[in-house]
Structures are given as C-alpha cells and as structure tokens.
Write a protein that binds this ligand. Structure first.
Ligand code: S3P
Length: 426
C-alpha cells in the first residue's frame, strides 16, 4: 500500500475498543454464570481468535457486531475442544487462556501463527508449573504448540522477572482455581485490566505496590461491559496530529487507565499541545476525549517504570521522536524484542531507511530528531503496530512510502486506513 505526505489532518474520530479489555471480557464472560453483554468490543483478528477459542471450549458466543453476548457456563463449565485451539497472532489469548486451561479437568493443545510460534512461553510455563500445571511444548522448545493437561493447582507467590500483564493475568486466572492464595509481584506495575475486571465479576483482589493477590474463587457473576477506546490505537492519531502541520484531531472516548497512559505523559514532556475533555470513569476504567494539535516537540528520555505503561506505543513514539528537537533516548525496553516482531530491530531498520538519525542500543534506541524523512519501501513484518506507525511516518516524509503487508492492521484496527483517509485534508 502506498502513502504520501499530506498538508493537514482535521476532524473527530472514534477509535475501536480496547484490545486488552475485549479479550478479558470474553474470557471472564465465559467463566461467569449467565449472559455477559459486551459493547464496543474490538472486532480485530486477535479478539476474534479469543472468541473462536472459547466457542471451541463449549461457550456459546453471539457476535452481533455492536454487541457481543457471551453465554457463560461458570468456572467449571468449559469442555474439551475436539480440535487444536488456534490463537492466531494473539499473544494475549495464548498466555491468558493457558492459565485457565492449566486448571481444567481435560487436556488441550494450543497453537498460533508463525509469529506466535516464536514468542516465549516459558514466562508462563515456569510459574504455572510451580502451581502444579502440566504444560509441554512440542519439540521441547518452550514455544507453541503447547499441550496442556489440566491439573488441580496450588496457589503460589511469584516474583516475575518481567513487568508483563500477560504473565500476571495468566497466573491470576490459574489462581481462580488454585488452592489458597495466588500472588504476583512485578518489577514495575503493568496494565491492571485483569484486576479491575476480576473485581467487576465479583472476585476480591488485593493490590499492594507491585503485588497483586487473589484467593480461590467460587463464582463469577455475569456483567455488562462497555469497552473504552484503545489508547494504543489512538496513539497513532495522537502522534499524527502532533507531527503533521496545521492539524487538530479530537479522538473520542479513549481509555486513559494510568497503567496505560504513559504516552500522554511522554507527549506532555515533549511539549505536545494535548488536552483531555469529557473525563468519565466506568468500573475503574477512566476515559476521555483527547484533542491534539500540531506542536513543536523536544526530545525526552523514556525508561524504567514508564515502559510497561506505553509498551505498545514505542514504535509510534520513535516516529514522533524523529520530529522532536534534540535527542530522545528509549531504554529498558528489551521486551520489544519479543512482541509480534522484534520491534526494536524493525523500528531502527525502517526509520534508518527513511533517513532518520537513529542508533540501536541493547535495550532501546537513541533518536536525534530533526532530520527529514523520505519515502521508501517498509517491511511491516506482518506486525500491525509497525504498519500503522510507518503509515503515520509517511504522512510527513518526502515522496512515496510503500508499506508491505499493510493489511496486517486488521489484528487490532481493521478500519485504520479508512479513519486515516477521513482525517486527511490535502
Ligand atoms: C497485553 C499486555 C502487553 C501488551 C500486549 C497486550 C495484555 O504484553 O504488549 O499487546 O493485554 O495483557 P506483555 O504483558 O507481554 O507486556
């Protein structure tokens, strides 16, 4: 797909529902008794993979477009799938569902696409095994496919070496079934949607600093869930509005949960003209309209506890840093190497190819802003966030930018190019 520079972006858009919350809404709805209704569910390929997996596990799920109805069967209502569970490209589905399957009275086999088969699963196999789970990876690689033989589990305390909501959530979901208390301590706080949703479904959660604990659950109660707009999707238009000249964009109803809103803090530190209006909170998840206007930006440092709060936004923040005065340093971001692609390598390779002054480091990158970008051919590596980041970069690059496998945006934002076209003023 080819892109060119534009002279302005103007208008108001509604971005799709939050991916992390949409996955969890299906999972918790399946484990609750009764019908859970989900509004503004993300109809992206990843969340559809979660629906398909739970349908295979015997849960009736009606996808009515603007409304999803999950006819939950309770904590002990899942049944064995007659075929392999395919999570597609979705790391969240793979990690979270494994925590649930580890405690079921049946065996399951789980796999996904080529990218999933290269993503580390030892990060969940290790703690779940400590709880008594039996999980074997084919070829002893500790990657998918995984064979999971359900067992009765015992609660543990786990000191996670990584700040990962997928790891934390996998352990907590297993903890619903485990004897005693299950707790996880992370080096830094990761997104807390699982904790908030557990409480919404009636499971008490104790959070203290970076430690979260739950005890064996007896019942989850069906809920109505209104999924906020995904800040990770809004991020592309936030940055676009800041770096494309003469722009003003209003992005409606974006989730601004503090465990996800690192990008807002970074934009403000970089001098962005960004305001929040219509702030609301629904069941612990705050939302706001985000208004961005073209801004003169300056470099910053992004590191430490900030990283998990903006982990999925680093590709687009790297693009933004190319348009900031001075140096932007991104560090402590090794986790980016094990996302849908090796995002550290791909960002540096593609931005260098567009003419950016960027240097890879062991755990991040250093970007010296101010060098003009030019169009070239960009390999998205079939990574949705890479494709969208470079579509935005191309709006301020000289000449034509050709993005390969651009359609992979369907993972998290099927209407991305449509929404982008809607904002363009030439
Ligand atoms: C997610 C957690 C993050 C994030 C991913 C979604 C989640 O992954 O990158 O896109 O929904 O829990 P990690 O937990 O591996 O950091």
């Amino acid at each position: 797909m080819n892109f060119q520079s534009v002279s302005s972006l103007q208008g108001e858009i509604q971005i799709p529902g939050d991916k992390s919350i949409s996955h969890r809404a299906i999972m918790f709805g399946a484990l609750a008794l009764g019908t859970t209704e989900i509004y503004n569910f993300l109809q992206g390929a990843d969340c559809l993979s979660t629906i398909h997996c739970f349908q295979k596990l015997g849960i009736e799920i009606e996808n009515l477009g603007s409304l999803i109805k999950v006819h939950g069967k309770g904590l002990h209502g899942l049944c064995a799938s007659s075929s392999i569970l395919d999570v597609g490209n979705s790391g969240t589905t793979a990690r979270l569902i494994t925590g649930i399957l580890a405690a079921q009275p049946f065996a399951s086999v789980l796999t996904g696409d080529e990218s999933i088969q290269r993503r580390p699963m030892d990060r969940i196999i290790t703690p779940l095994s400590m709880m008594g789970a039996s999980i074997t990876s084919h070829k002893k690689t500790r990657y998918c496919p995984l064979s999971i033989e359900g067992k009765s589990l015992t609660g543990i305390h786990y000191d996670s070496p990584v700040a990962s909501a997928q790891v934390k959530s996998s352990i907590l979901l297993a903890g619903l079934y485990a004897n005693g208390t299950t707790s996880v301590t992370e080096p830094y706080v990761s997104r807390n949607h699982t904790e908030l949703m557990l409480e919404q479904f009636g499971v008490p959660v104790i959070t203290h600093n970076t430690t979260v604990s739950i005890s064996t659950a007896s019942k989850l109660y069906h809920q109505k869930i209104i999924v906020p707009g995904d800040i990770s999707s809004a991020a592309f238009f936030m940055v676009a509005g800041l770096i494309v000249p003469n722009s003003c964009i209003r992005i409606q109803n974006v989730g601004i949960n503090p465990t996800r809103s690192g990008i807002l803090d970074v934009c403000i530190a970089m001098g962005a003209n960004i305001t929040l209006e219509n702030k609301k909170t629904d069941i612990g998840e705050p939302t706001a309209d985000i208004i961005v206007k073209t801004s003169n930006l300056k470099g910053t440092i992004i590191s430490g506890e900030m990283i998990p709060r903006l982990i999925d936004e680093i590709p687009i923040l790297a693009v933004m840093a190319c348009f900031a005065d001075g140096e932007t340093i991104i560090k402590d971001a090794k986790e980016l190497k094990v996302k849908e692609s090796n995002r550290l390598d791909i960002i540096v390779k593609n931005l260098s190819a567009m003419g950016a002054d960027i240097t890879a480091t062991d755990d991040g990158m250093i970007i010296r802003g101010g060098k003009p970008l030019h169009g070239t051919t960009i390999d998205s590596n079939n990574d949705h966030r890479i494709a969208m980041s470079f579509a935005i970069a191309s709006l301020v690059a000289d000449g034509v930018t050709a993005i390969q496998n651009a359609e992979c945006v369907a993972i998290s934002y099927p209407n991305f190019y449509h929404d982008l076209a809607y904002l363009i003023r030439t």
